[in-house]
Design a protein around this ligand. Structure first.
Ligand SMILES: C[S@@+](CC[C@H](N)C(=O)[O-])C[C@H]1O[C@@H](n2cnc3c(N)ncnc32)[C@H](O)[C@@H]1O
Length: 281
């Protein structure tokens, strides 16, 4: 097996492919189930944060890169928001289960014509890490807020890639991040600076938190990583950091009661658009 010494996050040139085209294609069997495993892990954390930020009845919400729509549906069902516009480059999973108040909008959020209106909440989870120019995307999404509206962005952080002992699991994770970088341009190295990007975009009351879910055999998180490695197998092997047998060994680790690895987690950052001061009449 070929391996590299350090465990730095990949910072080389981004591959030219797109999420949903050369990897994680929505038409591939089981892709909705894979995305739902991630949602199962993170929905409670996301929803608790949205509620703490005051998301509730009457609000107009935008969920960008909405995937299967679990956050959009929970906002309507449990927070009682007025409307959710759920945007994705491919809306087949959103359209499959229509719900009152949910508008599925097929659009490229990074494209020049993206202008879905103004919202009280703009949310995107595990989207910006797959797109070029996160700073420009933060600016663009911040510009979709009404005064007082809140932008909430979640992306992956990985505490195992730097300085962690080399194991089959950490080797597979490093190969995955590098493989995603080299094929579809995925980059999580900027994620810890997301709060700073929000301040630079003019947002106020910016803060952030991290949730790292436990890796337990058979858990949705373990199954999500095993399924993600299966889909990204060629990209991972193509990095030269791992081979097929190494990926299988890492998958076996995920299922072992002896395994004690740290999963990548989710950094959520939020900030509000300022309310202009009222001028005395
Ligand atoms: C990793 S999934 C996350 C799905 C969902 N936000 C969640 O957390 O469960 C990323 C989603 O973003 C969508 N996506 C990727 N690039 C996009 C773009 N340029 N514009 C809109 N959606 C995009 C993909 O189709 C996919 O549904």
């Amino acid at each position: 097996m070929t391996q590299e010494a350090g465990g730095r996050l990949p910072s080389g040139p981004a591959g030219p492919g797109l999420y949903g085209e050369c990897l994680f294609r929505p038409q591939d069997e089981g892709e909705a189930a894979r995305v739902d495993l991630g949602a199962l892990v993170y929905d409670a954390t996301t929803f608790a944060r949205l509620q703490q930020l005051g998301v509730g009845p009457g609000m107009r919400c935008l969920d960008v890169g909405a995937g299967t729509g679990t956050v959009a549906r929970q906002l309507l069902r449990e927070a009682g928001v007025a409307e959710v516009v759920a945007v994705d480059r491919d809306i087949r999973f959103l359209a499959a289960e229509p719900v009152a108040g949910l508008t599925a909008l097929e659009a490229d959020a990074s494209g020049p014509g993206f202008s879905p209106g103004l919202f009280d909440l703009v949310h995107a989870r595990f989207l910006l890490m797959h797109l070029p120019s996160p700073a420009r995307m933060v600016e663009r999404l911040a510009a979709l807020l009404v005064p007082g509206g809140v932008l909430v962005l979640s992306d992956a952080v990985d505490l195992t890639t730097e300085g962690a002992p080399r194991t089959p699991y950490t080797t597979a994770m490093r190969a995955m991040w590098r493989g995603l970088r080299e094929t579809i341009g995925t980059d999580v190295s900027w994620v810890p600076s997301c709060p700073r990007l929000m301040v630079a975009a003019g947002l106020e009351a910016v803060a952030a938190e991290i949730h790292v879910p436990p890796l337990v055999p058979g858990s949705p998180m373990s199954r999500f990583w095993a399924g993600t490695w299966d889909r990204a197998r060629a990209a991972m092997v193509g990095t030269g950091l791992v081979d097929e047998a190494g990926i299988d060994e890492a998958k076996q680790c995920l299922e072992s009661p002896q395994f004690a690895g740290l999963s990548p987690g989710m950094l959520t950052a939020w900030g509000r658009r300022a309310v202009p001061p009222t001028t005395p009449s």
